[in-house]
Design a protein around this ligand. Structure first.
Ligand code: HXC
Ligand code: NAP
Length: 300
């Protein structure tokens, strides 16, 4: 991703951010965007090799701009691991300026086919993990009387539900409640909480699990009023704006960036109602094979 000319060089110089799930996809894009503007960015995930590779790749590009990307392995489902990693980051250079709750798990499935473990697999990452991270940072900011900013990456289905992605829709909606609640509770401490609800921004992680070829009959592309997917730079620009100095009065908000797909009555997977039992079996096989490949790389 080449960051455009929207922001002045060094806008985030001296600032420190943690982006969960920053080794891949949208998290990696935001990490590059922040570091290219001079920030130090910690990225965490379960696959250290992937994080290290991303950090090396991004550092080669952002070094000249004064930015730095640092990889740390962490499974955000584990509260103690989150506490340890946040303590490690604070010890490494002081308070963070911002946390981006970006890590997630998701796959399309008929809800009747989900096991309790299937539900937990997603809720434990999105709902629990993002809360653990927010708490670990928030309590430090309050204790140290430091300002902080949290962005949670949600989806537009926090407003209209997510058929065939119910554990994700429930968990993301919980984070939207967290954003609104803590914006009020922590506002007096100078801590801001906002959220971004992206429309379709093709990434390997999401597309393998949400748009496997077996589910193509539910393709969302043609339902977007702008007739296209999002450009990474558009998302990154919004994520920079939200954490930069100059809009401190903005808190408790969720901004959609989806080409008005949500207003057009979609943004979720309602079209998958057309899939047959055979289609769903093929979808599940494809998601399973993507999961197995990623799992073999996990180091925590
Ligand atoms: C039904 C499934 C399933 C499927 C897994 N499970 N895949 N059930 N249909 N397709 C069930 C398993 O059978 C098992 O239950 C349970 O889930 C746990 O499976 P594990 O493989 O052990 O899970 P785990 O190792 O914890 O992996 C978590 C994961 C995996 C969520 C399943 O996909 C993952 O790590 N994802 C991270 C990356 C990711 O998902 N990126 C996409 C984010 S995109 P049983 O009972 O059988 O043991 C996103 C975009 C939203 O959120 C918006 C788009 C517009
Ligand atoms: P992705 O590349 O699969 O990103 C998910 C990241 O989360 C991975 O780097 C993964 O790394 C990390 N992660 C998962 N479980 C974790 C855990 N337990 N602990 C730590 N890290 C964990 O998918 P993406 O498309 O970029 O999604 C990023 C965010 O955008 C998600 O919140 C997603 O819901 C949201 N979103 C995406 C779209 C889209 O169109 N792409 C649309 C709307 C919303 P490991 O596997 O190494 O842990």
């Amino acid at each position: 991703m080449a960051l455009g000319t929207m922001f002045k060089d060094g806008l985030l110089k001296g600032k420190r951010f943690l982006i969960t799930g920053g080794g891949t996809g949208l998290g990696k894009e935001m990490a590059e965007g922040y570091a290219a503007l001079g920030a130090t960015v910690y990225i965490c995930g379960r696959r250290f090799g992937v994080l290290e590779e991303t950090a090396n790749e991004l550092n080669a590009r952002v070094k000249a701009k004064g930015g730095l990307v640092k990889p740390i392995a962490c499974d955000i489902r584990v509260a103690q691991a989150v506490e340890d990693v946040v303590a490690q980051i604070w010890a490494d250079g002081g308070a963070l300026d911002g946390l981006i709750n970006n890590a997630a798990g998701n796959f399309i499935s008929r809800t009747k086919d989900l096991s309790p473990r299937g539900f937990d697999a997603i809720a434990s990452i999105v709902f629990h993990g993002s809360f653990y991270m927010t708490l670990a940072c928030g309590k430090r900011w309050i204790e140290e009387k430091k300002k902080g900013s949290v962005i949670s990456i949600l989806t537009t289905w926090v407003w209209n539900g997510g058929p065939f992605t119910v554990p994700s829709a429930m968990s993301k909606t919980g984070l939207w409640a967290m954003t609104q609640s803590l914006a009020v509770e922590w506002g007096p401490h100078g801590i801001r909480l906002n959220a971004i609800a992206p429309g379709p921004f093709p990434t390997k992680g999401a597309w393998e699990r949400l748009s496997p070829s077996a589910a193509n009959r539910g393709s969302t592309d043609t339902r977007n009023p702008m007739g296209r997917n999002g450009e990474m730079e558009e998302l990154v620009n919004l994520a920079v704006f939200m954490v930069a100095d100059g809009c401190e009065y903005m808190t408790g908000q969720c901004v959609a960036i989806d080409g008005a797909m949500y207003q057009a009555g979609s943004g979720n997977f309602s079209a998958l109602s057309k899939l047959t039992d055979e289609d769903w079996a093929a979808v599940r096989d494809q998601v399973k094979s993507a999961n197995e490949k990623d799992k073999a790389q996990r180091t925590v």
